[in-house]
Each structure stands twice: as C-alpha cells, then as structure tokens.
Design a protein around this ligand. Structure first.
Ligand SMILES: Cc1cc2nc3c(=O)[nH]c(=O)nc-3n(C[C@H](O)[C@H](O)[C@H](O)COP(=O)(O)OP(=O)(O)OC[C@H]3O[C@@H](n4cnc5c(N)ncnc54)[C@H](O)[C@@H]3O)c2cc1C
Length: 417
C-alpha cells in the first residue's frame, strides 16, 4: 500500500479537528482529516451546544474537591462520579487535579480561557453569518436557575468574579426570573444570566461545518483509526492507520479523550482522562424553555434547539465507555422536572454519552509539541470543546503557518505539566 501524503493531516474530526480544518483551509493550506469513526460526531454532536465565553474559571478551582466529595455522599443525585482504579496514570491525574484546585491555578487559567473564549465567540458569529449556517444559533445568553439561597449566593459570587474580567452578568430576583423564563417552576427563587453567551444545535453545526470543509477541498478518511507513528530526529515521518500509512508536513492531534491512547508511540505523556457525560434529546415540549439553562443545584444543562429540547449532565472521571447508563438518563430527567414545567410524557428521540477530554488543571492543551517539529496538539477542552472550537481552530492555523497568536499561548502548552 502506498503512503498518502498530506500538507496538514488532522487526527480526529470532532469539534476541534473540524474547526482546525476550516481555518487551515481558509489560510490556504491543504488538509486531510482521519477519524476512527464518523467525522463530525465524536464527543461533540450530542453535547449541550452552549457557547460560553463566560466560562473563564478552570474546572480545577478551590472548593471543587470538597463539593465533589459532598455530592458523592448522595450517589443517586450526584452530578459527579469517578472510576475506582489503581492505574498509576489515573492516580497521578487525580493527584495533579487535587493539587491544581488552587487560587494560583484560577489566576493562571483566567487570561487564556478568557482570550480563547472571546475569540471563539467572535469567530462563531462570523462563521455562522459568512457561511449562512442555519444551526439554530440563539444569542440569548446562559441562564442559571436556583432553588436555594445558598446556591444562589454562590452563583452571584461567581458572577461577580466574572464581571471583574469583563463578562456581562445580570442577577434576577424571584419576580424577574419568572418574567424572563416562564418555563421555570414556581419555587425557583432567582437566577444569574450570562448575557454574552449563546447556544446552537451542535449536531447541525458540525454537519454543516463538515460539508463546508469538504467543499473547501479537505480530504476525509472515516473509519480510519490511527494505530501508531514512526519518527526520527524529532520529526514524525509516518502516521500508521487501519487504512494504510500517511505522511504530512504538519500533523494536528485532535483526538479528544482518545488522545493519550492515539499518541502512545510518541511518548508524550498527555495527562487527559475521559469525563463521561450524558444527554437526552426529545421533541419540543408544550412549554419550551426560552433560554439555554443550567439548573444550579443539580448541574443539569438545558438546551432548546428549534423543534428539539436537550438535557445534559453528569461528569464521570476516568470512565471511557460511550454507552449511556439508563439510570442516569432517568435521573437527569428527574432533575429537570424539579425546575421546569415539562409534559408528563416526554417524546425522547435520543440518549447519548460523550467523553470530555479532561486535563488535571482544567485547561486545554494547545501548542507545538516540544519533542516533534511537525506536531501540533489541540485537545483537552473538557466541558468547552464546542465553545472553544472556532478560537482553537484559528490558533491551530496560526501555529501551523508560523504566525504569532493574539494572546499568550504558553499557559496552554503540554510542557506545563
Ligand atoms: C454531556 C456533555 C455535554 C457537553 N456540553 C458542552 C457544551 O455545552 N459546550 C461545550 O463547549 N462543550 C460541551 N461538552 C464538551 C465537548 O463536547 C467536548 O469538549 C468536545 O466534544 C471535545 O471535542 P474534540 O474534538 O476534542 O473531541 P471529539 O469530539 O471527541 O473528537 C475526537 C475524535 O477523535 C476520533 N478518534 C479517536 N481515536 C482515534 C484514532 N485512533 N484515530 C483517529 N481518530 C480517532 C474520534 O472518533 C472522534 O471523532 C459537553 C460534553 C458532554 C459529554
């Protein structure tokens, strides 16, 4: 079998790989994408579709470990779970995560997450307008609903911190929240509205992006799993796949939660654990929520998407299966019923599980790998891989083309670990 040669080869065709392809093609590069399965699906298509430049605080922050432990005392409602395993890589990841839950990590994380989030939000608006993508993009913000004073106070406190970094935030009392979101049940006491956020239907967006990228000339290889690499003198010479070998001037590794396994031959020690989560998607209900929501105490996300409604939730660290657990799907529905006026019977169209590629400091890994002159990493976006997609795509294109990015990428490099 002959080796196929590409200018830029992207490994993984989820949100990150497709966005990278789009900005590389726009910059005049030739692109091939290989994916073990279908392009435009991965862990990206069934997610909540929230575009959240407000999310500037990394997942690893003070108080997170205490909250996680408290949640786990209530196993049938906990939005958080974890695998029990003595795998040394997993234990090391957990230790790194616990250590990173500090003010110093938050201070380090806010500038790159803020810059990348703002860039992405601008790029979404531009791309959707320029390409005329009809993906049900709604610029109505993200609204947190609260039932208890304690959770509301914590939400307001977090909002104040974000406001200091330029994020627009409105706080609503009981009267105002019911005026703004009529689908909320009577015992919702208030809300916090991140008015600069938006949402869309991620499956529709990714289908449109995949077809646009194909029309711009990308070569796409589905059902083509990368099985290994050959390298010499700090350069990757061959990418071995289930459908033959590839070579490329530049390689972008965007294999999400599978990145550490894909990169095994490269001996890069990429600290990513899967963070499994679930979604259920149903036909529109009689009283559709008018906003993208987060149900505060239960940490369930709600996304009205034209004629569909989606609930998503749960973070299970270390769990690598994408088979949805029906008990958790039911619990997510139960949680939604605690906050929203819903039909007695929901017309469920799909249940889904996806793997968030989660790093121990809660920030993505974006940059050239120091060990290989032709390898760029774009992974580890955890809960933000849709939201940060177009920003990451632009940054990847800049890295491939040797251009300087508009903000400092050093906090996102693999070598920080
Ligand atoms: C329940 C849930 C809700 C979420 N909600 C949101 C949200 O509202 N907003 C947001 O921004 N983010 C959200 N996320 C997170 C987001 O979905 C992820 O961050 C995102 O999917 C990561 O994108 P990715 O392209 O890095 O990985 P993926 O989309 O997983 O793509 C990786 C690709 O690599 C391919 N691959 C794997 N192994 C190989 C191999 N050996 N060779 C070739 N290809 C391979 C896979 O098939 C896959 O297509 C949510 C996640 C979950 C689970």
């Amino acid at each position: 079998m002959t080796t196929k040669h590409s200018d830029v080869l992207i490994v993984g065709g989820g949100s990150i790989g497709l966005n990278a392809a789009y900005y590389l093609l726009k910059s005049g590069r030739k692109v091939s994408i290989v994916d073990a399965k279908e392009i435009g699906k991965g862990s990206s298509s069934g997610n909540a579709g929230h575009i959240v430049p407000s999310h500037i605080i990394p997942l690893a922050a003070p108080g997170v470990v205490t909250s996680a432990l408290k949640w786990m005392l209530d196993p049938s409602h906990s939005p958080f779970g974890m695998k029990v395993s003595l795998d040394p890589k997993y234990i090391l990841w957990l230790l790194q995560f616990v250590t990173a839950c500090s003010e110093a990590n938050v201070t380090r994380g806010i500038p790159p997450l803020n810059s990348l989030g703002q860039l992405s939000a601008r790029n979404f608006i531009q791309m959707i307008a320029e390409e005329k993508f009809d993906c049900h993009h709604q610029e109505k913000g993200l609204l947190f609903l609260y039932k208890t004073e304690k959770a509301m106070q914590d939400g307001v406190h977090e909002g104040e911190l974000m406001q200091k970094h330029g994020i627009p935030v409105s706080v609503y009392d009981r009267n105002k929240i019911h005026e703004v979101e009529p689908a909320a049940l009577g015992d919702i006491i208030g809300g916090v509205h991140f008015t600069g956020d938006s949402h869309l239907d991620p499956a529709v967006f990714l289908d449109l992006l995949r077809e646009r990228v194909r029309a711009m000339g990308a070569e796409m290889f589905e059902n083509t799993a990368v099985t290994g690499f050959e390298s010499a003198n700090g350069k990757i010479l061959k990418v071995k796949t289930s459908a033959g070998d590839f070579s490329a001037e530049q390689i972008v590794l965007a294999a999400g939660a599978w990145t550490p396994a894909v990169a095994r031959d490269l001996r890069l020690d990429i600290p990513i654990q899967p963070g499994r989560g679930y979604s259920m998607t149903m036909s529109a209900t009689k009283q559709m929520p008018s906003h993208a929501l987060i149900l505060g105490e239960r940490r369930v996300a709600v996304s009205p998407m034209n004629h569909l409604l989606r609930f998503t939730g749960r973070l299970e660290v270390g769990v690598g299966s994408t088979v949805p657990d029906p008990r958790w799907i039911q619990r997510i529905e139960n949680a939604a019923r605690e906050y929203l006026r819903l039909d007695e019977q929901l017309d469920v169209k799909e249940t889904w599980a996806g793997l968030r590629p989660t790093t121990p400091d809660g920030m993505p890994i974006i940059g050239r790998a120091a060990k290989y002159s032709n390898l760029i990493l774009a992974t580890g976006h955890a809960m933000l891989g849709l939201s940060l997609g177009p920003g990451t795509g632009q940054v990847v294109a800049e890295l491939v083309n040797g251009k300087e990015s508009a903000f400092d990428l050093s906090p996102l490099r693999l070598e920080r670990f």
